[in-house]
Design a protein around this ligand. Sequence first.
Ligand SMILES: [Ca+2]
Ligand SMILES: [Ca+2]
Ligand SMILES: [Ca+2]
Ligand SMILES: [Ca+2]
Length: 354
Amino acid sequence: MIKFCKIIVAAAICIYSTLPVNAGQRTQIASTLGCIKTIFPGVPVLSGIHTGKLPTHILVRRCDDLTMAISMRNGVLRSTAVQNRFIPKYTTRGKGLAIPDARLTISPKNIREAWLTRPNQRYDHAILGDNIEAGGLAVVLANKQRLETFADKNSVFEDRMARLVDLDGDGESEIVVVQTDIDHGAAIAVFSVRGEEIVKLAQSNPIGLSHRWLNPAVAADFNGDGIIELAWVETPHIGGILKIARLSGSGIKRKLEIIAELKGFSNHTIGSRELMQAVTFDWDKDGLNDIILPGANRRNIKVVSLADSQIKVIDQIPIDGEITGPLIAADLDENGTGEVLLVTKDSRLLTFSP
Ligand SMILES: [Ca+2]
Ligand SMILES: [Ca+2]
Ligand SMILES: [Ca+2]
Ligand SMILES: [Ca+2]
């Protein structure tokens, strides 16, 4: 039995319907909540990248601009209006020299805030909605010290945010950002703070051609070896390749070592400012985080496992509509299993669980 709830203004109308009860059949736990403009990534991704945390409620903005908190109790979907001041803003207001569409990232570790700076027009790609890219990366440390580093003149940070994630497990954040060489295309760059300096620890090989981009996806231990991996999608608009890499080496001499890759994914629409289209949690309950992201046609969700170090698609869910907004993971019914939430291009909120 599953409940389909349609919430209109303050009144909730819930309709019960029965789904086939085949063993292992996935259930879709929420249907529409009326016209939804977007959902908010929320607290688990203030750092800019999903690492597996599952909140028990999420925020959605309806087409009438009212923001609602969505949760589920005893199988019943609940929505409550939320005041604007409780909505995470991610803006860089008051942060010097930020690029116009910068998103502030936040972490409780050594780096408290990070954002992209030094807007410039030295690269004419406009894949993220405008031809202004960043030439600098700034952070504020726990001791309130502000540091900045710069991309060399033949490159830009072709990104909106500097993701804060501890890739080597030493308790301090690394900074993950897309750095694009004007002649050779995008690469993943990993920085860290050493003393009073931001230093580059590693950079992946650039794609090889100008005007080729990639989008970071998620970070977690996907193969169970105790080491966090970073996943991204190379060329998400033209047959994207999911790449999974680990940060190897020590000190400031590190390498991003690609340990698996697979074609057929997309976590960005050309010209969109939306970068958060992948989540991670243990979909198949084998104890390992899986990667959940849109397929190349953006009309399905694929679930990728790296169990036994073999990369494979373990589930595929057709979506009735095109995925243009963020993908969010939550555990709304608090049963220990994640749900994936997304808003389609035609403003419907869909929720999927394994
Ligand atoms: Ca670290
Ligand atoms: Ca691992
Ligand atoms: Ca798994
Ligand atoms: Ca759940």
